[in-house]
Write a protein that binds this ligand. Structure first.
Ligand code: ACO
Ligand code: ZN
Length: 226
């Protein structure tokens, strides 16, 4: 199953004329005028959104050779909240989330990974929760299912019905496409575990991912087992 998916993805990227912009990461076909236009529209707006100019007060919660993690709290200065929101919107549009507001904005903590080129290449939103439902391994999808069947099974297969204790819900996790597979998401989560609750270190079981995407599931499965 995995191999099939991989093949499809590769075939897509080798499409005629498809290029990946080396600064914004957008994949587009340079010789298609519409694509070209869309890229021009997207490029600068995206780079402006993830640009980090530096703040008077920064709550640095982790430092690495290739960057640092800042924590933004609900009562922080406006410039910090605004940047956190801007990056969250970038992540949301990539995730296809329509709803832009958080369920409880006053409680959410946002973690931003800033790289050495002063770009926000990672964003994680964590919220306090009481319980969560474990995502179960999904069996192969059947080919002759209707969409309703699929949605129904998807839902029932996807999550256990038994609530489990959790303390921290990850409502968003996003890493800039050109910065993936460098352990940025892993380091952001490790940092959440040690800083989310004052004075205590959360276990991996106390962290829950809400509505994970396929990428999110692959990452979460790997993270929980290591
Ligand atoms: N495919 C397979 N395995 C993966 C993938 C993937 N796409 N992404 C991560 N992993 C696994 C790997 O085992 C990886 O280790 P390795 O690189 O040594 O093999 C391990 O997880 C750790 O990965 P990181 O490098 O820490 O993860 P990364 O920084 O690349 O970020 C993320 C992962 C956040 C899922 C990123 O791919 C992303 O932003 N995707 C698009 C947005 C998205 O779907 N976010 C999740 C939404 S779910 C939610 O928000 C609750
Ligand atoms: Zn670009």
């Amino acid at each position: 199953k995995q191999d099939d998916d991989q093949l499809i993805i590769d075939a897509g990227q080798k499409q005629f004329g498809a290029t990946t912009c080396s600064s914004c990461g957008m994949v587009y076909s340079a010789d298609n005028p519409e694509d070209h236009f869309q890229h021009t529209q997207f490029h600068q707006r995206f780079l402006d959104s993830i640009k980090f100019v530096g703040w008077k007060k920064e709550r640095v919660v982790a430092e690495f050779w290739d960057g640092k993690i800042l924590l933004v709290m609900p009562d922080d200065p406006k410039y910090a909240i605004k940047k956190a929101e801007e990056v969250r919107c970038v992540a949301d549009s990539e995730l296809g989330f329509q709803q832009v507001t958080l369920s409880r904005p006053t409680k959410a903590k946002t973690y931003l990974f800033i790289n050495t080129e002063r770009m926000v290449v990672g964003c994680l939103v964590a919220e306090f929760i009481r319980q969560a439902y474990r995502v179960l391994e999904q069996p192969d999808q059947q080919k002759d299912m209707t969409r309703d069947d699929f949605m129904e099974r998807h839902r029932t297969w996807c999550c256990s019905t038994v609530p489990e204790q959790a303390l921290c819900g990850i409502s968003r996790i996003w890493v800039f496409s050109l910065a993936r597979r460098q352990g940025i998401a892993t380091r952001m989560l490790d940092t959440v575990r040690s800083t989310f609750m004052y004075g205590s270190h959360l276990t991996k079981e106390e962290i829950a991912f809400s509505d994970p995407t396929p990428d999110g599931k692959l990452f979460a499965t790997k993270y929980s087992n290591t």
